[in-house]
Design a protein around this ligand. Structure first.
Ligand code: FMN
Length: 173
């Protein structure tokens, strides 16, 4: 798929069929994730793959009852490894770089999944403490995004974007 079509065709999907995610597709999606750039190439990301129905329901509840999360056959929780980035970059690594690293990995996940015919949604609204408990995350691993993945059961229209001239600034703001 052409990269521009991929970027412009992707949508947040919040309804999924029960069709499974093929193992080889999940591997491709995760491989794309780890090819994202990262500060100092420290790759300060961690991925928790959740298939268990009950655990998905718990995550959906932690995400303020966004029940579509539990509908998806696979959920990837992308986490930032604060210690890995912090060891080299200190506070900036712990609070900024590891979050940027995971964000880049997340976008690769969304785009690759779309190119393979899957729908995803970047879910950021969730109670972090609850998610950490559900997934038994160690103290220095922060959950950043919950990403349900499955075959889309809806075809949403594109969401509007602000025009370029509103957000692009030349030379100075
Ligand atoms: C940081 C972040 C957090 C988000 N959190 C949620 C969320 O909790 N629930 C949800 O349904 N969508 C969430 N979204 C998806 C956005 O609503 C969506 O990307 C935006 O409306 C644009 O639509 P599109 O992805 O279809 O282009 C989030 C997106 C980002 C980048």
């Amino acid at each position: 798929m052409d990269i521009f079509e991929c970027i412009k065709g992707r949508r947040s999907i919040r309804a999924f069929t029960s069709d499974p995610v093929r193992e080889e597709d999940l591997k491709k999606i995760l491989e794309a994730a780890i090819y994202a750039p990262s500060a100092g190439n420290l790759q300060s990301w961690e991925f928790v793959i959740v298939r268990d129905k009950d655990r998905k329901l718990q995550l959906a509840r932690a995400a303020l009852n966004q029940t579509f999360i539990a509908e998806a056959p696979v959920v990837i929780v992308v986490c930032a490894n604060l210690a890995r980035s912090g060891r080299i970059y200190g506070e900036r690594g712990r609070t900024l770089y590891c979050i940027q690293d995971t964000a880049a990995a997340i976008q690769n996940i969304l785009l690759t999944a779309y190119a393979l015919g899957y729908g995803t949604c970047w879910v950021g609204a969730f109670r972090e403490e609850d998610a950490s408990k559900i997934l038994k995350l160690p103290p220095d691993v922060r959950p950043v995004a919950i990403i349900p993945i499955g075959r889309p059961a809806e075809r949403p229209a594109p969401r509007p974007r602000m025009p370029l001239d509103k957000v692009v600034h030349y030379e100075v703001f």
